[in-house]
Ligand binder design. Structure first.
Ligand code: FES
Length: 145
């Protein structure tokens, strides 16, 4: 039911962890299943994403899509990272079962939330980026878990 690429990223997820003093951090929850994803971005002065890490309380499809999404934004500019949609991530993984497509949204939303955090801290505007809707504050996450 899962493609080889999904299984590979699920079994050997890339970029798991956290970044201390990250330039941007975003946490989002998926209302459908209650899973949570956090993304850390290290962005340099030229607005290039030098490093990215993720942590999740999420299902296997969320792990695989986040692993792939982090690989796809690493080394990219902010604008290029905005083009890494959940659709692009699913395609890079050779597809997900339809019931699991919502899981891939978690990675996209968390990256956007982390970019929003970066933009807010640096007082810049990122074209096409909207305020994340399902951003969950760190305190709320800790209270829940
Ligand atoms: Fe929750 Fe996949 S079931 S992210």
């Amino acid at each position: 039911m899962y493609t080889e690429k999904v299984m590979d990223h699920f079994e050997h997820p890339r970029n798991v962890g956290e970044i201390e003093n990250a330039s941007g951090m975003g946490t989002v929850g998926n209302a459908k299943c209650g899973d949570i994803m956090r993304i850390y971005l290290d962005i340099d002065e030229n607005q290039i994403i030098q490093d990215v890490k993720f942590k999740t309380f999420g299902c296997g499809a969320a792990v695989a899509t986040s692993s792939m999404a982090t690989e796809m934004v690493k080394g990219k500019s902010i604008q290029e990272a905005m083009e890494v949609t959940n659709k692009a991530v699913c395609e890079a993984l050779d597809g997900l079962p339809p019931v699991k497509v919502h899981c891939s949204l978690l990675a996209e939303e968390a990256i956007h939330a982390a970019l929003w955090d970066y933009a807010t801290k640096h007082n810049i505007k990122i074209e096409g980026l909207e305020k994340p809707k399902s951003d969950i504050g760190e305190e709320e996450v800790e209270e829940e878990y």
